[in-house]
Write a protein that binds this ligand. Structure first.
Ligand code: SF4
Length: 118
């Protein structure tokens, strides 16, 4: 399998396996929080993006499942991936986007991911 073609990576943390009782929204909020705590703070997309990411995920999980919030989270992830210098900020959005795409129900969203605004 071409891992890059499906957006897959094997990171420094290795492979983490969860059973089907894990809530992916909970794990992605933790990932963003971890980035916010561990960010060296040199680059705005990582420093501020991760903090805003925690807030937006929390809003979605608190029942603000409007397309505006989901689009905001996806745009935030895009900015972090393209504007962060190292893997801390650049890779944190990967599990967030993957969870949004494949387990939207864990965020309280419908199965079909919303289309990104043009
Ligand atoms: S992406 Fe890396 S270098 Fe940039 S603020 Fe985050 S931890 Fe620091």
């Amino acid at each position: 399998m071409n891992m890059a073609a499906v957006g897959a990576v094997v990171e420094h943390g290795g492979i983490v396996i969860h059973d089907d009782t894990s809530n992916l929204a909970d794990l992605t909020q933790y990932a963003m929080h971890f980035c916010a705590v561990e960010s060296c703070g040199k680059y705005t997309p990582c420093r501020i993006g991760s903090t805003r990411g925690v807030e937006v995920i929390a809003k979605i999980r608190a029942d603000d499942t409007s397309p505006k919030q989901v689009t905001l989270l996806r745009d935030l992830c895009d900015t972090m991936m393209s504007g962060s210098l190292c893997a801390m900020g650049g890779m944190t959005p990967y599990p967030v986007l993957s969870a949004l795409d494949h387990f939207p129900e864990d965020f309280g969203l419908s199965k079909k991911p919303p289309q990104k605004a043009a």
